[in-house]
Structure formats: C-alpha cells, structure tokens
Ligand binder design. Structure first.
Ligand SMILES: [Cu+2]
Length: 158
C-alpha cells in the first residue's frame, strides 16, 4: 500500500511539472516546446518539432541531434519534389537561425527525424534529446509526446 501511494504521489509531481512552460535557454538561444506525435506500429520512426529563437547578434546553427531512445537522429526537411510528392531530405549543414530570428520546426517542414526508436512514443512520455549547436554547444531537452493539432504549431508565431 505504501509503495502504491508513493507511486501515485510521484505521478502527481510529474503531472504538475508537465503543465509548466516547456522551454530551454542556452545563452541567447531559446528552444520552445520540443514535441513529437505519438507513434504506433513496427516502423519505429518519429519526428520531433520545436521553435528555435536566436536573441543574439550572431547566427546560430543546429548542427545535429541525438537521443538514447533512437538509434539514429537526423535533421530533415520536407520538400515538394518535382513530381509534386512530398519528400524528406537530410538537411546538410544543419538549420541556421539568423540573429534575432526564429525558425520553427513543424509538421510539413523542418523536423528532427528519430530513426530506430527503441520504443513507440506514447502520449505523455518525455524523450531525452541532445541538440548540438555551433555556438551554444550541447543542449539537453525533453521532447513531449502529444497529439497536437496542425494549427497549434503556428500559435507561437508573432
Ligand atoms: Cu524525416
């Protein structure tokens, strides 16, 4: 009984943390709301999204990412190919955020591809992700797994 009560209490603490603003700062860089959609089935592929804000005077570049929960992590972009079909491409050189600029990683555009996931992503989970920037270096974030409507991704844009 005592163990069960403790587990319930830990769950409450987790829930209250999850409700807080979800952003990370590294120097002049702000990483807003890293998230991913739940996954299902055998292909073990996921995509993480977030907004990168550069409050500094120099360009910043997201060069790479990694996660203990995925065998391989790559920066991808969805591009409409010559035949009109959306294609995913590896982004050579990473994603550069100009000084004072904002770049959104969102469905249909830039994303961080999680390949060889070690488990499916379930709503409410948080997945560790290490982002490597040209200036800020490594920044550890947690990717929140949630079902998010398409329109919500533009809410942060001003
Ligand atoms: Cu991709």
């Amino acid at each position: 009984m005592r163990m069960a009560w403790k587990a319930a209490a830990a769950g409450l603490i987790f829930a209250s943390l999850a409700a807080q603003a979800h952003e990370y700062k590294a120097g002049d860089l702000t990483i807003e709301h890293p998230w991913a959609r739940p996954t299902a089935g055998p292909n073990m592929l996921g995509a993480a999204y977030m907004t990168l804000k550069n409050g500094g005077k120099e360009a910043e570049t997201l060069e790479s990412a990694s996660s203990p929960d995925a065998e391989m992590v790559m920066i991808h972009q969805n591009i409409q190919g010559a035949n009109g079909v959306m294609e995913m491409r590896h982004v050579e050189g990473g994603i550069t955020v100009p000084p004072g600029g904002t770049v959104a990683l969102q469905p249909g555009g830039y994303h961080i591809m999680l390949m060889g996931l070690k488990h499916n992503l379930e709503e409410g989970q948080r997945i560790p992700l290490k982002l490597t920037f040209a200036h800020a270096g490594n920044v550890d974030v947690e990717v929140k797994v949630e079902k998010k409507p398409e329109a919500a991704s533009s809410m942060h844009e001003h």
